[in-house]
Design a protein around this ligand. Structure first.
Ligand SMILES: C[S@@+](CC[C@H](N)C(=O)[O-])C[C@H]1O[C@@H](n2cnc3c(N)ncnc32)[C@H](O)[C@@H]1O
Length: 372
């Protein structure tokens, strides 16, 4: 633990950043690097809401999520075309010393990046997530929240009721990256002593169905129920979760990314594959820095098999195939052409209407001969 002084002189213990937190930050950075330019194309104003912002720094000097988000935009190589979009960054942190520490870091960041871009506005609030979110949304009345990426990253289960998540994400183009305390929920869901908190968290009492299950069945039940609630209560068609394990192999928490746009799902899946190259949508502290064990190439054998079965006897455009891969398989758009279709073409498993082999430009029709 390192000690830093918070803005008004109160000592603040910064936390160490374990490898799974670094992995979370890489996901965020990678995804925002795509979200900012994609959304800025058609929107004059975007909101990045880091609802549990933390102090902005870890004990080894590593950046926290608010600083990561700002630096991703400041250093973005598409900054110029995004200049007409107003980016609002709202950082909320309940702990006073943490909030003050964050504010002092934001001042430093602004001082180091003068002139500060006119289209980047920052607000810091020092209150709790439920109160702030309710106040902001009540204040909107009939108005609509700007397209928002909400990063909801608490510790524990008590601060993120499904009803508030639902309200926050009910606006057009709303997206969510939310922490879910998998280990805590799996352990306590049958105990009966924190049922009100669990009911609020899930927005249902159905978690009680896990009480009679053990081991991986219980874990899967809880994972799937939270996903189901985000689907049905918050009306998110596309959800991808990602599991974080500590150095003893315990599954600490899951992140659930939720969107209504398949392009968002695609970009987040690409970010997840980067830090989990074996394709299991998880990160283990034990294997941190041992990327070599996963091999350099993504194994697309399951995707080739899936496409043959799914498109058996059909001809589809490359756009339709890619869309299907994004929304109906664990793979992402960057796995389709070179690593999958080119290999299938070489093996004589598909044909296309293109003269040049290996070319899958827009409009290409790919034929999957039927299995007799
Ligand atoms: C996991 S940390 C956030 C880490 C940060 N997102 C990052 O990645 O660098 C959670 C933070 O939420 C704050 N917090 C706890 N309960 C809160 C609440 N109800 N509303 C807002 N912030 C809260 C804690 O003080 C803590 O700093």
């Amino acid at each position: 633990m390192g000690t830093r002084m918070a803005g008004k002189g109160k000592a603040l213990e910064l936390r160490e950043r374990p490898p799974h937190t670094e992995a979370k930050h890489k996901l965020l950075q990678s995804y925002l690097g795509a979200w900012f330019p994609i959304l800025s194309k058609r929107n004059g104003r975007l909101l990045y809401y880091d609802a549990f912002a933390g102090p902005g720094r870890y004990s080894g000097g590593e950046d926290g999520s608010p600083i990561i988000a700002l630096k991703t935009l400041i250093t973005h190589n598409h900054a110029e075309p995004m200049a007409d979009t107003e980016f609002l960054f709202l950082f909320n942190e309940q702990d006073k010393a943490c909030a003050e520490h964050l504010e002092s870091l934001l001042d430093e960041l602004k001082a180091a990046n003068q002139p500060w871009p006119k289209n980047m506005k920052i607000g810091v609030t020092n209150t709790n997530f439920v109160d702030l979110t309710t106040e902001v949304l009540d204040g909107l009345g009939e108005a609509t929240l700007a397209p928002t990426f909400a990063f909801v990253d608490p510790v524990g289960i008590k601060h993120t009721p499904m009803s508030v998540i639902q309200r926050l994400t009910s606006y057009p183009k709303g997206e969510l990256l939310v922490y879910f305390a998998h280990d805590t929920v799996v352990r306590w869901c049958g105990a009966g002593n924190i049922d009100q908190a669990l009911t609020d968290l899930f927005g249902t009492e159905d978690y009680k169905g896990a009480a009679g299950l053990n081991g991986s069945k219980r874990s899967q039940f809880i994972h799937d129920l939270y996903k189901h609630q985000l689907h049905t209560v918050c009306d998110f068609p596309y959800i991808q979760s990602f599991a974080m394990y500590d150095d003893r192999g315990k599954r600490l928490y899951d992140l659930y990314y939720c969107t209504r746009a398949s392009i968002g799902l695609d970009r987040m899946k690409q970010a997840m594959w980067k830090i989990a190259p074996s394709g299991d949508f998880s990160f283990r502290d034990r294997f941190a820095g041992m990327d070599v064990i996963f091999g350099a190439e993504v194994d697309t054998t399951p995707l080739r098999k899936h496409l043959l079965e799914h498109f058996n006897g059909k001809a589809e455009t490359i756009e339709e195939i890619i869309e299907h891969v994004i929304v109906a398989t664990p793979f992402a758009s960057n796995h389709v052409k070179r690593a999958t279709l080119q290999v299938m073409q070489r093996e004589g498993l598909i044909t296309t209407n293109q003269v040049r082999r290996g070319s899958f430009k827009d409009g290409t029709v790919v034929s999957f001969p039927g299995v007799p």
